[in-house]
Ligand binder design. Structure first.
Ligand SMILES: NC(=O)c1ccc[n+]([C@@H]2O[C@H](COP(=O)([O-])OP(=O)(O)OC[C@H]3O[C@@H](n4cnc5c(N)ncnc54)[C@H](O)[C@@H]3O)[C@@H](O)[C@H]2O)c1
Length: 339
């Protein structure tokens, strides 16, 4: 069987999971190497995964001719430039969300991909989650008629440490977290968002305001065909990792999401308890694996990636409009911008 040679850039929490999946659970792929500015970490992960090659930069890794595609899992701020470097080297790319943190950077990345004639997929893995995928099938089959209202909640369990805000390596809440819901909001409704109105708060952590971030937000959405929506994001739910979505249509509604990691209740004299999902790596474990398997399969079979660079751009445009709305305290139109 021909295997696709993959190199992973950025071996932090997310990149390591992708590398583990590719190494152990994607028969059509061959994990050739891993790269990280923290060269020692790259070496350590390569040793754990029993592969030979580790690098301290993307450029070094791309010199390895066995690598046919790059999986980019660096912090958000480096995505657009890494895409350009990998594209110029003629590699196909799977890049974590967001595509970029500004629209001009996103356009520059997409232009580089088009110019090089390579393929790019953006890591909106929720589309591969069995529950979301089943919801989409039913929507496409017309079971809920015309979608009218989109509602989504994305709550992380534990707030990021202050250092994460101080480093400014990742985009603010809308780019790093809500962007998953903005993608679902386009994909599940099969429509484009034209206007957003964001409300935000730093109530429980005012010190992050100086870094341009917020702890929670609600964003109202207007769609091109008349539908409406609302997305809530919160970084510190404490009780668990809570992702839920509802699509309300003219003939019914679909609800996706469960807090329970294990569908069991544990009853004792002191009360009852359930095991809750506490992290995205647990909740979306199947989705991350299905995502990378599908990407690899499509690359080997000369098929287009399932989640395109254009999808990355459109979700980013919604995040940019949400940030503008937050800064201007008024509704903002979604525009794709230019380079
Ligand atoms: N799809 C999802 O559900 C999901 C979940 C978590 C994170 N992410 C995305 O994945 C990316 C990584 O997030 P994370 O939580 O793993 O972060 P992390 O901080 O745990 O890891 C980032 C890694 O990148 C390395 N790095 C930093 N700059 C680099 C550079 N210029 N070149 C090479 N390596 C570099 C760091 O040393 C670190 O090891 C982010 O863009 C984030 O938005 C996506």
């Amino acid at each position: 069987m021909r295997k696709l040679g993959v190199g992973v850039l950025g071996i932090g929490e997310m990149g390591k999971r992708h590398a583990e999946n590719i190494r152990r659970l994607v028969p059509e792929a061959h994990l050739v190497g891993v790269a990280d500015v923290a060269a020692e970490r790259a070496r350590q992960v390569a040793s754990e995964l029993e592969i030979e090659c580790s690098y301290r930069s993307l450029e070094e890794m791309l010199d390895n001719r066995e690598i046919e595609c790059a999986l980019i899992a660096t912090p958000d701020k480096f995505h657009a430039s890494a895409i350009q470097t990998a594209a110029a080297a003629g590699k196909d790319i799977l890049c974590e969300k967001p595509l970029a943190t500004t629209l001009p950077d996103a356009h520059a990345a997409l232009e580089a991909v088009a110019k090089a004639g390579v393929r790019l997929q953006i890591g909106f893995m929720r589309r591969y989650d069995p529950a979301y995928a089943a919801a989409m099938k039913r929507i496409e089959a017309g079971e809920i008629g015309e979608p009218v209202v989109f509602k989504s909640i994305g709550r992380d369990k534990d707030a990021p440490p202050l250092a994460a805000y101080q480093s400014k390596l990742n985009g603010m809440l809308f780019y790093n977290n809500t962007i998953h819901d903005f993608d679902l909001a386009r994909w599940l409704m099969r429509d484009e968002i034209t206007e957003v109105h964001a409300y935000t708060t730093v109530a429980i952590r005012p010190e992050i305001q100086q870094y341009g971030d917020v702890v929670a937000s609600v964003v109202n959405l207007n769609y091109s065909r008349g539908a409406i929506g609302n997305v809530e994001s919160y970084v510190q739910a404490v009780y668990g990792y809570d992702v839920r979505t509802e699509i309300v249509g003219s003939k019914g509604s679909i609800f996706v999401g469960s807090l329970q990691q294990t569908p069991a209740a544990f009853l004792t004299a002191s009360g009852s308890a359930q095991t809750l999902t506490d992290h995205y790596l647990t909740r979306f474990a199947d989705a991350y694996l299905a995502e990378v398997r599908d990407f690899v399969h499509n690359m080997l079979n000369d098929s287009p990636p399932r989640v395109s660079g254009e999808d990355g751009l459109k979700a980013l445009a919604v995040a940019v409009a949400a940030e503008s709305s937050h800064l201007q305290a008024q509704p903002c139109t979604v525009t794709l911008g230019s380079r």
